[in-house]
Design a protein around this ligand. Structure first.
Ligand SMILES: C[S@@+](CC[C@H](N)C(=O)[O-])C[C@H]1O[C@@H](n2cnc3c(N)ncnc32)[C@H](O)[C@@H]1O
Length: 523
């Protein structure tokens, strides 16, 4: 190599390394790219040159690291693979690749990478990663998450590391709308259905509730979120391909039904698959239809103090349709969304959660469903559509709106239920719709003195509402209050724990569940 060329390469390499050390990622990527191009050209025109080949390997490895800092994992992995073609045992590249694969929740591939890294006698420096991969892979397969320690410590410390997990579900055509997620086996209440990390999230700190977040702040948050998703999608063809399969709110019934396996982090699109682009308009439609917020009543944020409000996009949960009688709930743990059954599900049954509060009346639910652009035709909505057209029920609803005392509303409603011979689940639908009145009554001593003997007990009402909407934290709270009042008499502790499983899922052991109940439900 001419001395002049060597000088140029040397200078480029030093510049790139300096920028890399200063953590100026974009500039270092640019400098390394220049170096890599020159180096590659040189190597293709000269005899094998070990020194140059080694420099190229290091440059590719450093560019991979810089790219991964900018979350450009796809290109970073390509750099790692290129570097490993030059030196299959290059430790720094193996570690870099392994860490990227871990970030992408590709535990088995990461494990393979770290194992290769141990072959050159680096077992000690890699052992921590090996253990982490093994335990995450096991968690991902079994779904046996246990957040007991974190919960028992009052959510102090880092949010525990979760892993991607897809339970016994598949995507199928749904009678509700378009595609939906369906159980392939019986799933017990409380069992996990999905655990998955947001492809992007944006959070704001709020002092009170979400209502304290100004419209401007919400808009800014939404804009940042869209920018983040757009940037990420631009960098990652796999995510682009998966996002492209989500509904954008039109022609849902004609959209393809993807195989659930595509959403496993280890799955890579088949070779030769046409590269898809996502245009801004379609992406906005997709985000509008599928993004979830952390504040929904149907969701619980497992963290002490709800001082954070976030919006995010989770891919596979985007196939879950809404129902006013949901059978699943979602919890937010860090950037992970944990979906569990809130009722027992039969194989073949569609998994649904509530996009908005199911413990309110038909008209309120209709109002809220407009924001989601849906016109819900579930059994409950159809039944209530008929019942709410009856004069007697409308009068009770109007009474409640005008501030009639809760006990009076409950008494009148129960009388009408008897008169109209409403039974079973249908009774539960209406009680869920008038939940506010029931809850007010059971909680007020005066109301209970006046109406207590003439209305069903809180336990009976909680049972009948749970039967239709599944476990809910407000029902659980009322049940706990009844348990306290009756000092274990009527409401049994086991019943409270059963409902707690439906509300929070089986992610904590019994002792930690007590703490969780105190922190999230208790006063
Ligand atoms: C998050 S996606 C759910 C999956 C969607 N069905 C699909 O095929 O991709 C939300 C969209 O599903 C439809 N949807 C969900 N629940 C519904 C319901 N109860 N009634 C009518 N449409 C519903 C609406 O079009 C809504 O915009």
């Amino acid at each position: 190599m001419a001395a002049e060329e060597e000088d140029q390469l040397q200078q480029l390499r030093s510049k790139a390394t300096e920028l890399f050390i200063r953590e100026e990622w974009n500039a270092s990527i640019e400098a390394y790219s220049h170096f890599i191009t020159l180096c590659t050209k040189k190597l293709s025109h000269s005899h094998p040159n070990q020194k140059l080949s080694r420099s190229l390997c290091i440059a590719l490895c450093n560019r991979a690291e810089a790219r991964s800092k900018l979350k450009d994992f796809h290109s970073a992995l390509q750099d790692c693979d290129h570097a490993l073609e030059l030196d299959a045992t290059h430790l720094k590249t193996l570690l870099c690749k392994g860490k990227i694969l871990l970030c992408l929740n590709r535990y088995a591939s990461a494990l393979e990478c770290f194992r290769t890294a141990t072959l050159d006698g680096n077992a000690e420096s890699v052992s921590g990663y090996l253990e982490r991969c093994k335990s995450l892979e096991l968690l991902s397969k079994t779904g046996c998450f246990d957040l007991s320690d974190w919960v028992s410590n009052g959510f102090r410390g880092k949010v525990p590391e979760l892993a991607e997990h897809i339970g016994a579900v598949e995507i199928r055509r749904s009678e509700i709308s378009g595609r939906g997620l369906f159980a392939t086996k019986n799933i017990d209440a409380g069992s996990l259905i999905l655990v998955t990390k947001a492809i992007s999230m944006e959070r704001s700190i709020i002092m009170g509730g979400v209502q304290d977040l100004s419209e401007d702040a919400q808009l800014a948050m939404w804009k940042n979120f869209i920018d983040k998703v757009f940037e990420f999608v631009g960098k990652c063809p796999r995510t682009r391909g998966l996002i492209n399969r989500l509904s954008y709110g039109e022609n849902e019934d004609q959209l393809e039904v993807p195989d659930v396996c595509l959403f496993r982090p280890e799955s890579v699109e088949k070779d030769g698959e046409v590269e898809v682009g996502v245009d801004m308009d379609k992406l906005l439609g997709i985000l509008d239809v599928n993004s979830l917020t952390e504040d929904a009543v149907s969701a619980n944020v497992l963290r002490r103090g709800n001082d954070c409000y976030g919006v995010g996009l989770w891919l596979l949960p985007s196939f879950i349709n809404h129902s006013c009688c949901p059978n699943a709930r979602r919890l937010h743990v860090g950037d992970y969304l944990v979906v569990h059954a809130s009722k027992d599900l039969k194989a073949g049954e569609e998994v649904t959660f509530a996009y908005f509060d199911p413990l309110c009346g038909l008209n309120k639910r209709k109002e809220m469903s407009v924001n989601w652009g849906i016109h819900c035709k579930c059994k409950r909505c159809r039944f209530e559509g008929e019942v709410f057209s009856k004069q007697e029920i409308r009068e009770i609803e109007i009474g409640l709106e005008r501030g009639m005392d809760g006990g009076g509303v409950v008494y009148k409603l129960e009388e009408q239920l008897k008169r109209l011979k409403v039974r079973g689940k249908e009774k539960g639908y209406l009680r869920a719709s008038f939940w506010e009145a029931y809850s007010q009554t059971y909680r007020t001593e005066r109301a209970m003195k006046r109406w207590g003997r003439r209305i069903p007990t809180a336990e009976v009402v909680v049972d009948s509402i749970t039967d239709v909407v599944g476990g809910d934290h407000r029902l659980l709270k009322l049940l706990m209050e009844e348990l306290k009042k009756n000092t274990g008499g009527v409401v049994e502790k086991d019943k409270v724990f059963k409902m707690a499983r439906e509300v929070f899922g089986k992610i904590v052991k019994k002792q930690a569940m007590k703490t969780l109940l105190q922190l999230c439900i208790g006063d």
